[in-house]
Design a protein around this ligand. Structure first.
Ligand SMILES: Cc1cc2nc3c(=O)[nH]c(=O)nc-3n(C[C@H](O)[C@H](O)[C@H](O)COP(=O)(O)OP(=O)(O)OC[C@H]3O[C@@H](n4cnc5c(N)ncnc54)[C@H](O)[C@@H]3O)c2cc1C
Length: 393
């Protein structure tokens, strides 16, 4: 791990342009994102105008190279921007991460030149949005067990099946989805496809009333004899599992960064509240048991941030760093859940009211422990690397 970064976030040398972009994110979050965040959560409503505005500010381009309309950021800078946005609304952090991660990473690593030129600039400007549909009713963690099937028919593929818990389905223009050529073929039979929203046979049905991530719709995707041109296949036949993994690996940096943003806001709000709330005539921050919760948050945040930047630095050095991806995603989301739990406790009854923001963080942090590989999966992988049962990067 890089000594410079452990516990010393302020000393991480971010270049001038990244610092300027962080300022831009901060200003935008304050002016445009914060005012509606409680209502969007309560009403389960997404504001696509905000996506266009993020695009106009060059905040969607992430690590996508400039020749495809991206910003060409380092993974470290990308993480720093997501952390800043997620202090206010991690779902806008999710949107900022999509062109580099769940939507764009598969295209960047497996797409044809034509596909990259066709879709990446629109993703980075906010003109196009994707959903990334991997999870199925009977296979979440076990991605290779998918039942959605595809077959080639001339210049087209025909896809049949169903996906569930897919985010952004109310606003997406395309669904990046996955189907197998052979249900017993495991990961080597999986193909990836871009399905236009208006494709005949495609039905999108959002869920209502979920615990967290309420500001984006998540729900079911039904594919009944959906036909897509062969040109919409991403990667070769059988490379779909690689497309999905490429997406989730960058996605894990996104989740870790968003979790850090939530944890930071929980800490900041808890410190402020502990200094102003008086019980028996003294600030609650004077109570050692409150201090213990504040200390847990500081320790957790600094450790998780160090792990996240360590992963980002390794990605910048060209290392796939799957072990570090698991460490960062798992630990940052666990810290986020712990920080949100403490933050609600420190705020007492007020912590349970949405106006104080920590209740929303509490609900969202729980979901971050489940998405992009639930944390038991990552914990197991970390142990397997330590035990030598799992190798490679
Ligand atoms: C709000 C929200 C948004 C989502 N958005 C998307 C999206 O956009 N696209 C998409 O494809 N998916 C999405 N998902 C789905 C998410 O990725 C899956 O929920 C996740 O992969 C876990 O799958 P599962 O829910 O089927 O849990 P399962 O795989 O059924 O696992 C259930 C539980 O069993 C335990 N478990 C499972 N496997 C292991 C193991 N190997 N070791 C130890 N314990 C284990 C864990 O405790 C786990 O939580 C979203 C989910 C939510 C809640």
């Amino acid at each position: 791990m890089t000594d410079q970064i452990v516990g010393q976030q302020d000393q991480l040398e971010l270049d001038h342009s990244t610092k300027m972009m962080i300022e831009t994110v901060r200003d935008f979050a304050k002016a445009r994102v914060a005012p509606g965040v409680i209502e969007r959560d309560r009403e389960e409503r997404f504001d696509r105008d905000l996506v266009k505005e993020l695009g106009a500010l060059d905040l969607l381009g992430g690590i996508v190279p400039s020749e495809y309309g991206g910003t060409g950021l380092s993974h470290v800078a990308f993480s720093a921007l997501l952390q800043e946005m997620s202090r206010t609304d991690h779902l806008m952090g999710l949107v900022m991460s999509f062109p580099s991660g769940l939507a764009g990473s598969g295209l960047l690593n497996f797409g044809t030149e034509e596909q990259k030129q066709e879709y990446l600039p629109g993703l980075c400007s906010g003109d196009i949005m994707f959903s990334a549909a991997v999870t199925e009713p009977a296979s979440g963690t076990g991605v290779a067990d998918m039942q959605t099937i595809c077959r080639r028919d001339g210049d087209e593929y025909v896809i049949d099946g169903a996906k569930t818990w897919i985010s952004l389905i109310d606003v997406c223009d395309y669904v990046l989805t996955f189907a197998t050529l052979d249900r017993s073929g495991g990961r080597n039979a999986v193909c990836a496809f871009l399905v236009p929203r208006d494709a005949p046979g495609l039905t999108l049905r959002p869920f209502k009333n979920k615990l967290g991530f309420r500001g984006v719709a998540s729900g079911e995707v039904f594919l009944e004899e959906v036909r897509v041109p062969a040109a919409n296949r991403v990667g070769e036949e059988g490379q779909g599992y690689g497309v999905a993994m490429s997406a989730v690996e960058t996605g894990r940096l996104g989740v870790a960064s968003r979790a850090l943003g939530i944890a930071q806001d929980c800490l900041d709000r808890s410190v402020a509240y502990s200094r102003e709330r008086l019980v028996s005539g003294q600030e609650i921050g004077r109570f050692q048991l409150v201090q213990s919760m504040i200390a847990d948050m500081v320790i957790g945040l600094e450790g998780a941030r160090a792990m996240t930047y360590d992963y980002a630095l390794k990605r910048d050095a060209g290392d796939r760093a799957r072990r570090e991806a698991s460490l960062a995603k798992m630990h940052a989301s666990d810290v986020s859940m712990m920080a949100a739990t403490h933050a609600v406790q420190i705020h007492g009854a007020f912590g349970t009211h949405e106006e104080y923001h920590v209740a929303r963080h509490f609900r969202d942090a729980k979901v971050l422990q489940i998405v992009e590989g639930q944390n038991q999966l990552h914990r197991g992988m970390v142990a397997e690397y330590a035990l030598g049962y799992r190798g490679g990067r």
